[in-house]
Design a protein around this ligand. Structure first.
Ligand code: FES
Length: 72
């Protein structure tokens, strides 16, 4: 994965998401287990209270998330 990337995904209320914190996932921004080869890095486990759209970016190893309500 390129260390500088951005995009958006839709998330569902009540479902658990594991956000990649290492930058090695082939399913970025979600974790695919690739962090297991690294030491001391875990995904960020997250739940949302409603269906939302999450914009993500990763610049020089720093993950940023911006959450917005979906238009109905
Ligand atoms: S693959 Fe990056 S934290 Fe799991």
């Amino acid at each position: 994965m390129n260390d500088n990337t951005e995009g958006k995904i839709k998330v569902e209320a009540g479902k658990r998401y594991s956000w990649c914190n290492c930058g090695k996932s082939n399913k970025y921004p979600l974790c695919d287990g690739s962090h297991r080869k690294l030491e001391g890095i875990q995904p960020v486990r997250t739940w949302f209270h409603e269906d939302l759209e999450v914009f993500f970016s990763r610049e020089n190893g720093k993950l940023q998330l911006k959450v917005e309500k979906l238009e109905k």
